[in-house]
Design a protein around this ligand. Structure first.
Ligand code: PRX
Length: 636
């Protein structure tokens, strides 16, 4: 299961980069060890302290109920709503006039929202949703570009106790349709399009296709972003801006009182075989977990401008664009489009122009921008930056050093945060005062413990690769898989009973630092995006030429991993470069451009176990010219 990242990281494992005295002086938390010890000895006390910094309608009777693992409950008996902390609380303070959001469109449009203005628009839209029949507990599908209304839509759902299900705008018809069907949403929210690389992404068109087969959808709300012509179906489709002008869109709306463990959102993600599953997060524990992690790790202050450059459609955006920065009362920056549009200095010019203090992004973006050379960032004054962040995949030391030296001017520590859709919050991460090693996320967050286990469940020796597990519950943890609690238990808590199986391989070095190597299941991380082999394969076999297909991830210089597909053709079809291209396009159209395979190879047979399971591991070894490992179960 090892990849080249492991080799490169070993070589530099001993190199420590210490924070400067400026960084330490400014840090809110100076003594990492003391807090780590306190949280280790007093897990509930630590989280209760953090929770007390937030607002609750009714306090909890018990911090953690672990009587029915792995169905942990946090802040039992408490009443709250994440919106009370993200918006309501600030209205009574001077923060109401502070900027909550600065947004820049790819085409140059700019919009800003104060906490007051954001609250007002969220209230209005919450009332619109209510008028459309959305009630507490109802699921609402959101399929939108990176524009302020996606944030508003999510917050409005949370406000009235509806459960949002955001589908990333880079997904296409099949993915969207499957997620709407599974969630049984009655209302979907989309836009006429979004700008990306100078082109309009036709979200409404995709939504139209998807809802053709989704009988639960009664209403589609459409935000006007690009102004180009889209189909609006009478009685089903309504313009956001039309509804927001009506008396139903009153700017006053009471925030729904929720139990701490009531659902906040579901987010589909790929795992081992089968359809993507909906990870369910809740109001109470989640808000505490994301608040505490953003506070300690990125140390946001009132005068900071925070830019999490992810998409709101993924968990990084949910936790650290939409919810946590608002809970902290921070000013967030959001940019709609591509980092290289129209030139590779777009991000750097935005940092300069808006005085961004913290940039949080993915290694793939760094590698992508690195290839254009240093002269692009050097044209800009990036001295406002004081911290950098990385997430989504292992960051190779070369990219780490470039990010640190060229973007961070050698003075900004890089917070390499390891976490997952399922964990909701950072799990293995430094804080600004922790000495860093390029490529390592350092150690578990306060109150957390991680272990590396071998196949049999024994702790792996230092420096040896094994399965990464987490051994303590944490408040932002997923509560279940929507409609499939058995799968939640099976997938995450069964291999090593009582321990959370992350699905990653990793190793721990002699200093206790963790090094993530990569997924050990059927997940491929393409440019940090999480895709399941099953989804890609089913898109391939939906083409009439393909009888059977297998997809694997192979190392790619910029994307981290790229998808390579292997197809057995049906009788009557001949392999050709044109057919390979057609299949790539087919996957792109059905699943999404992010899932388009790098290469499609035609084969006569696929390596399978005797029970018929494709051995992707063997395909991968063959493609890399590596030994095939244990092939005793191979049927060939
Ligand atoms: O493989 C790990 C990788 O991303 C996976 C989780 O993907 P997702 O649920 O889409 O969430 C991504 C953003 C939180 C993990 O199992 N991963 C995430 N962060 C890191 C990482 N790998 C190495 N280093 C990281 N910092």
């Amino acid at each position: 299961m090892s990849e080249s990242a492991a080799e490169t990281t070993t070589a530099i494992a001993s190199e420590m980069i210490y924070p400067s005295s400026d960084v330490i002086e400014r840090a809110r938390l100076k003594d990492w060890d003391a807090l780590a010890r306190y949280a280790a000895d007093n897990l509930e006390g630590f989280w209760a302290d953090e929770a007390s910094e937030l607002g609750w309608y009714q306090p909890w009777e018990k911090v953690l109920d672990d009587s029915n693992p792995p169905f942990f409950r946090w802040f039992v008996g408490a009443k709250c709503n994440i919106i009370h902390n993200a918006l309501d609380r600030h209205q009574a303070t001077e923060r109401r006039n502070k900027l909550a959001l600065i947004w820049v469109g790819e085409n140059g449009s700019v919009r800003t929202y104060s906490y007051f203005a954001l609250n007002r628009e969220v209230n209005q839209f919450a009332n619109v949703l209510k008028a459309m029949g959305v009630k507490k507990g109802d699921r609402v599908t959101i399929y939108m570009p990176r524009i302020p209304e996606i944030v508003i839509a999510m917050l409005a759902c949370a406000k009235i106790g509806a459960v949002h299900s955001v589908v990333y705008g880079g997904f296409s018809v099949d993915a969207l349709q499957g997620r709407i069907e599974d969630s049984e949403s009655k209302v979907a929210i989309t836009a006429d399009g979004g700008w990306m690389n100078g082109k309009v992404v036709e979200l409404k068109k995709t939504m139209d296709e998807a809802v053709k087969h989704c009988p639960t959808i009664e209403t589609v709300l459409v935000v006007q972003r690009t102004g180009h012509q889209v189909n609006m179906e009478t009685g089903r489709d309504y313009w956001y801006h039309d509804l927001m002008k009506l008396p139903i869109a009153s700017p006053k709306c009471a925030t729904e009182v929720m139990d701490a463990d009531d659902p906040l959102y579901m987010l589909y993600t790929s795992g081992t075989t089968g359809r993507p599953k909906a990870i369910l997060h809740v109001h109470g524990g989640y808000m505490v977990g994301i608040y505490a992690t953003l506070k300690y790790v990125f140390d946001l202050r009132d005068d900071d401008r925070w830019w999490c450059a992810a998409d709101p459609g993924w968990v990084t955006g949910h936790s650290y664009i939409v919810y946590a920065p608002l809970i902290m009362g921070a000013t967030s920056f959001m940019y709609e489009g591509a980092p290289t549009y129209p030139y590779p200095n777009r991000w750097w010019s935005l940092i300069e122009k808006y005085g961004i203090n913290v940039l949080y992004t993915a290694p793939t973006a760094i590698r992508g921008l690195m290839r254009f050379g240093e002269s692009w960032p050097h044209r800009h004054d990036l001295s406002s930056l004081r911290l950098l962040g990385s997430v989504g995949e292992p960051i190779n030391p070369e990219a780490w050093r470039w990010y640190h030296r060229v973007i961070g001017g050698g003075r900004c520590p890089i917070m390499d945060t390891w976490w997952q859709t399922e964990t909701g919050m950072f799990m293995i991460t430094p804080t600004p005062v922790v000495p860093l090693k390029p490529g390592s996320g350092t150690r578990p967050f306060f109150g957390q413990e991680a272990e590396i286990l071998d196949e049999a469940g024994n702790p792996a020796p230092d420096e040896e690769e094994g399965y990464l597990v987490l051994t303590k519950p944490w408040p932002a943890m997923m509560r279940t898989i929507y409609k499939d609690p058995d799968r939640y238990v099976r997938q995450y808590w069964s291999k090593y009973p009582g321990k959370y199986l992350a699905g990653d391989s990793a190793r721990r070095d002699k200093d206790g630092y963790f090094w993530i190597i990569g997924r050990v299941d059927d997940v491929i991380k393409v440019s940090g995006y999480r895709l399941g082999t099953a989804e890609i394969e089913s898109a391939l076999v939906s083409h009439p030429a393909v009888a059977e297909a297998a997809a694997i991830g192979l190392a790619h210089e910029i994307k981290g991993q790229a998808i390579h597909a292997f197809c057995i053709l049906r009788q009557g079809y001949q392999p050709s470069p044109a057919l390979a291209d057609e299949l790539r396009t087919h996957v792109g159209q059905h699943l999404g451009p992010i899932a388009k395979p790098e290469a499609v190879n035609f084969v006569d047979k696929l390596p399978k176990t005797r029970s018929g399971k494709i051995m992707r591991r063997v395909l991968k070894a063959r493609a890399q010219g590596l030994p095939e490992g244990d092939v005793s179960t191979l049927e060939e």
